[in-house]
Design a protein around this ligand. Sequence first.
Ligand code: SF4
Ligand code: SF4
Length: 104
Amino acid sequence: MSVVFEPSLCVSCGRCASVCPGTLLEAGDGRPARILFPDDCWGCASCLKACPRRAVRLTLPPALGGLGGLLSCGREGGRLVWRLERPGREPADFPGDPEGEGGY
Ligand code: SF4
Ligand code: SF4
């Protein structure tokens, strides 16, 4: 697993980098976020939950999302809303589990 960024959506707020427990991300100073060590990402999704713009997405293994499956996260009314994107299919949104949202 790793994460990919959409530079056109990124506002360089640095939130993703500040919550990554592995210090794997670089963001801020007006530059779009990027991952420095993609092989070290263990898919905790903290950066997804922190991003206010859905500018970061987690690459999913084929067994979960099919080849090219991506997961992102947004917020509606203060609650997490996850989005699964798969090639050739409409994006599917599903609400976060309040018991499992936790912190970062
Ligand atoms: S998914 Fe977790 S480990 Fe991977 S880059 Fe995001 S915050 Fe860091
Ligand atoms: S949290 Fe989102 S918008 Fe902010 S720097 Fe990271 S990817 Fe860009």
